[in-house]
Design a protein around this ligand. Structure first.
Ligand SMILES: Cc1cc2nc3c(=O)[nH]c(=O)nc-3n(C[C@H](O)[C@H](O)[C@H](O)COP(=O)(O)OP(=O)(O)OC[C@H]3O[C@@H](n4cnc5c(N)ncnc54)[C@H](O)[C@@H]3O)c2cc1C
Length: 397
């Protein structure tokens, strides 16, 4: 069976690694980025303990590689911006192992290394054709603008992120749902004087700062604030003065952590990446099961619980086992869709505080049952290779 994976990001790289040496599977990975292009890309991210559990069970070498290049995420602390404490959760009270704090560049490096020999870089999926046997033939464009065909594939896997070209070509562009929230990200380097370490959030009304240290003497900072509807991010919001006004406590001094972040925002406002929070409807397969979607291509979700890349890790690791065992796109859907639906529902429910609900009561609620039971389910209910019914070959819709 010839499998073409589009995108060597989180889900695509893990799927390819899981299929390495699988009898009867010939795998090629196509990546838009040229060699080395993503080496310093992105900022930082936190991976949930469930990502680490999925790797421990399905890809132990990758688990060890990620642990070696990340810091453990052990606590989830929430304060008001004046330092009033709201929540201090020990993740090991709801998980079997810590999550991870990592730089994007290191995550990509660790996941891509074992599949480099299978990867064709500088191959951006552009169009689709069909061969005489009814197999999909992807057409790629190279950085020089040349169109390249690599023959027909029995299965094409769209692991090409939230603007998936494979999904657009086989099922049309998904209509995103905007939450009316701006989320920005900044990677602060030379952060030796940062007064905090592990994952923290700081609320001023529903405006929220989120930050943690990542390896390499750096700190990842993200800010979230409401836009008042489905509107573009206004230019005047992209200034240090505006951000200070959003996050500084009213009538009180900011706590040391927030004071440090506000100064660093001021020093590097030009380095901020601005985005709007959006979700896309889930789609697992198309083209009669000849196209399978993993990660953001299937299920772009709100980043509130840091589950986007985490679910992409579960997707890649678990789908590899299903395909190895002879399962198809529908079998992947049967195993993954209920789990993804749960992670999306919980991530949306946990967004209450940044969407304008009472951040004090909303946060305190997260330190109590039933939210803790849901978090425990999210962080631990990851099936191992032998768990659950054997993936049957089911007719794809
Ligand atoms: C503001 C923000 C903060 C986030 N924070 C977190 C967090 O803390 N924790 C977390 O778990 N998740 C987080 N996420 C979500 C995370 O970024 C995504 O869910 C994750 O990257 C999805 O992985 P993926 O493998 O589906 O796609 P990606 O990792 O995006 O990989 C897609 C790959 O496909 C390639 N590609 C794209 N188009 C083509 C094409 N046409 N042809 C060939 N290749 C192509 C790309 O170059 C890339 O290599 C955050 C997202 C946002 C927006």
């Amino acid at each position: 069976m010839r499998i073409g994976i589009i995108g060597s990001g989180v889900a695509g790289s893990l799927l390819a690694e899981g299929l390495l040496g699988s009898p009867g599977h010939e795998v090629t990975l196509f990546e838009r980025a040229a060699a080395g292009e993503h080496a310093e890309a992105g900022t930082g991210l936190n991976l949930g303990p469930n990502a680490l559990k999925a790797l421990r069970l399905h890809a132990p070498a990758r688990h060890d590689a990620l642990r070696a290049t990340s810091l453990p995420w052990r606590r989830w602390r929430v304060d008001l911006t004046d330092g009033t404490p709201l929540l201090d959760l020990d993740l090991l009270s709801v998980a079997e192992e810590p999550g991870a704090r990592i730089r994007w560049s290191e995550l990509y490096r660790a996941l891509r290394a074992p599949v480099a020999p299978l990867t064709r870089q500088g191959h951006a999926l552009e169009a689709l054709e069909e061969d005489a046997a009814g197999r999909l033939v992807p057409v790629f464009v190279t950085p020089g603008g040349a169109l390249v065909r690599e023959g027909g594939f029995d299965l094409l896997v769209g692991a090409d992120g939230r603007y998936s070209r494979l999904r657009a070509l086989t099922a049309g562009d998904p209509v995103p749902e905007h939450l009316g929230l701006c989320i920005w990200r900044l990677l602060v380097s030379d952060a030796g004087d940062c007064p905090f370490d592990d994952y923290g959030q700081w609320f001023q009304g529903s405006n929220r700062l989120l930050a943690f240290r990542v390896p390499g003497d750096a700190v990842y900072v993200a800010g979230t604030f409401r836009l008042g509807g489905e509107v573009p991010i206004p230019e005047e919001a992209r200034t240090a003065a505006h951000q200070r006004a959003l996050f500084a406590p009213a009538g009180a001094a900011p706590c040391p952590a927030v004071a440090w972040m506000l100064d660093r925002i001021e020093a590097d406002v030009a380095g901020i990446h601005w985005a709007r929070t959006q979700e896309a409807p889930v789609l697992r397969h198309a083209a009669g099961g000849r196209a399978l979607f993993l990660g953001d291509a299937a299920q772009a979700m709100v980043p509130t619980l840091g589950q986007g890349a985490t679910q992409a890790i579960e997707d890649g690791a678990i789908a590899a086992g299903i395909l190895r065992a002879g399962g198809d796109a529908a079998a992947v859907a049967a195993r993954r869709d209920p789990r993804v639906a749960f992670a999306r529902r919980l991530s949306r429910a946990a967004s209450d505080t940044i969407l304008g609900e009472d951040p004090v009561e909303g946060t305190r609620r997260k330190g109590r049952e039933p939210f803790l039971a849901e978090l425990r389910r999210l962080y631990t209910e990851v099936p191992g290779p032998g768990d659950g019914a054997p993936p049957a070959r089911v007719e794809a819709a």
